[in-house]
Write a protein that binds this ligand. Structure first.
Ligand SMILES: [Zn+2]
Length: 99
């Protein structure tokens, strides 16, 4: 499991969503963020010192995702690959054999 470390406050998080929760964008300029106390945002800390959602919230979230996935069944996300043929064309160098 990949952990996220906040560059601003150096706190570690077990998920990006937990990371996002502790941080809010400042005035909109790039790199301007405000870090909040994760505990005040409802996050809990595990024995490794990483912040994560409490089990209840995580379980509820996965349940909601499961339900959403069922209702949306039939929608497949396949990225369109276009122009791939042009990127591969390298110089087919003629080896100077025919002298
Ligand atoms: Zn932070």
């Amino acid at each position: 499991m990949a952990a996220c470390t906040c560059a601003a406050c150096l706190r570690e998080f077990t998920s990006v969503s937990a990371f996002d929760l502790h941080q809010t964008a400042g005035d909109g300029s790039f790199g301007s963020v405000t870090c909040h106390d994760p505990a005040a945002r409802g996050l809990v800390r595990n024995e490794r010192g990483r912040w994560h959602f409490p089990v209840d919230a995580a379980a509820r979230l996965s349940l909601e995702r499961m339900r959403a996935g069922r209702s949306q069944s039939g929608i497949s996300v396949t990225p369109e690959v276009s122009g791939a043929s042009g990127a591969v064309s390298g110089p087919q160098a003629a080896t100077g054999q025919g002298t």
